[in-house]
Design a binder for this molecule. Sequence first.
Ligand SMILES: Nc1ncnc2c1ncn2[C@@H]1O[C@H](COP(=O)(O)OP(=O)(O)OP(=O)(O)O)[C@@H](O)[C@H]1O
Length: 405
Amino acid sequence: MMVTLAFPSPHRHWRGGRGLFDGLRARWAEQRRLEHHARLEDELRGLWREACFGVGVCQYIEAAAGMTVRTPRFGAARILRGRTTFTAELLPGGEPEDLRAHAPRLAHTLGFRGLRVEQIAGRWVRVTLLETDPLADAFALRRLVTARADETVILGRAEDGVTLGHAHADAAHLAVQGQNGAGKSAFTYGLLAQVCAAPDVLVAGSDITGLVLGRAWTGTAHHDWQTTGTRDLPAHAAMLDRLVAEMDCRLDAMPPRRDKITPTTTTPLVLVVLEEFPGLLRAAQAKDKKLAERITSAVLRLVSEGRKAAFRVLMLAQRFEANAVGGGYARDQFALRLSFRVPGESLVMLHGEDARKLGPEHANSAPGIAYLSAPGHDCTRLRAPYLGDYGEFCDRIARHGRRAS
Ligand SMILES: Nc1ncnc2c1ncn2[C@@H]1O[C@H](COP(=O)(O)OP(=O)(O)OP(=O)(O)O)[C@@H](O)[C@H]1O
């Protein structure tokens, strides 16, 4: 008879031991993770307080023991799939906008590249910390065409992921500046491709480069209102005079009890594009001072009186220096202002003293990244949508551009 001795299996024994140590190791690891998390949370809490104090999102409270500073209360931090978020309670009377307005500087103090703020409930917000520039990725412009002047066109995407838009029916002229290769033309291609089909929009203007306006618009209703090139500078003055005459006609024929024209198919909103306007002025000045004066005074009339007659001016320049764009008065007429990469001084020139702190970083920003400001709105950093190459712009205008009747 063979007896098979039943020895406890060494293998099973070993596995049982490992199970015991594994359990301990897992608990230690969990303990370390919790300690690490608590340390990180404490560090973030301290940095958050310093950051809010540093940018001025705080309240000073008189107490018996002296003055204390109150900052938005840090709630709890969470790290999930490599992304750090935390909750914070806004100060009484505070809005998420107070934090968004200082997002880049708050993020830098916390050691991150950017942050997003979203409201969750009551005064509580969730802050998401971003390790990379939220505007680093290109923002493709979908095949979007508007059907009316009062529809919103996309201007760009802000750091908090919100898409910023603008309806040309709002009475604002648009100033765009940027150095060579900073993205002005790409932005303009995107903007014009969005409005080219609307039956109540006319894209007119002057373009010495002949790329934004002109050939790409052949066969459309817009083409007849566009002048291009540098060979015939008086033609630019004549086009601007023609636009002023149309504006005067509209102002003269204003219906009773009305003080502005609503765009229709018969009186479309006229988007007057002035591509590289300082270049046109310089070229005209070099040829004939009177011609330059004629161009300046026509543009001055369009920007100062055009709004009520459904005229909107989109002026593009490398630098929005007053004397390069027809004077300080002309520059003041632009409510919507967009700066692609420019030296710090140019940023201040167009957006005011508050923009000075943004200058050094913006002076090196990638093509397509811009600052936008409008009355009542702080400077917002955004990424302009990208339509594709120039051929894509030409294709879209050829496909969608409103046809000449
Ligand atoms: N929004 C954007 N997203 C991604 N890339 C962009 C964007 N805008 C511009 N670019 C890239 O930068 C290049 C230069 O842009 P663009 O021609 O618009 O500059 P610009 O300011 O008009 O320069 P210039 O004054 O020389 O005409 C484009 O060919 C494109 O490759």
